[in-house]
Design a protein. Structure first.
Length: 149
């Protein structure tokens, strides 16, 4: 019987060690998440580079869903073969309500020339998801955009 008790004691000690290691790992993960959140808060106060604004705008627009479809990807899919044909040329419409506060702030702080470049590049990336070759050959030079409230 003593060997049985010794085995149970060893098992209990090993279980406690595993639980402590598991708790330590969880605590490390929680601390890491807190650090990331603090970094994000700090970066919210920083001014973004033009490249970052384009990246964040593209990702933001690609994540907007309407009727279980990506709203702006669906719009690009609809417009890509119509832009070269329709007169007047249709604009790619972005609803300001779909943008994050940080993106709105960065766009407001951009010059008109920068704003045009940022929006055109982000929209270009969306169209390239539909048909990159056709877009670059037949649509890019005709692309117009519009921000709506």
């Amino acid at each position: 019987m003593s060997k049985l008790h010794e085995t149970k004691d060893k098992n209990n000690q090993q279980t406690e060690k595993i639980e402590n290691v598991g708790l330590a790992n969880i605590q490390n993960q929680v601390n890491h998440v807190w650090e990331l959140q603090e970094t994000c808060k700090q970066s919210d106060n920083e001014q973004w580079s033009t490249g970052r604004i384009i990246d964040e705008l593209f990702l933001c627009l690609m994540n907007v869903e309407e009727d279980q479809r990506r709203k702006y990807l669906q719009q690009a899919n609809y417009l890509i073969y119509r832009i070269p044909i329709y007169q007047p040329t249709p604009s790619f419409i972005i609803n300001i309500i779909d943008l994050t506060d940080k993106i709105k702030q960065e766009l407001e702080n951009s010059s008109d020339e920068s704003l045009n470049g940022i929006l055109t590049e982000a929209i270009t990336r969306i169209f390239e998801c539909v048909n990159k070759r056709y877009f670059n050959l037949s649509v890019r030079h005709l692309l117009k955009w519009e921000l709506r409230e």
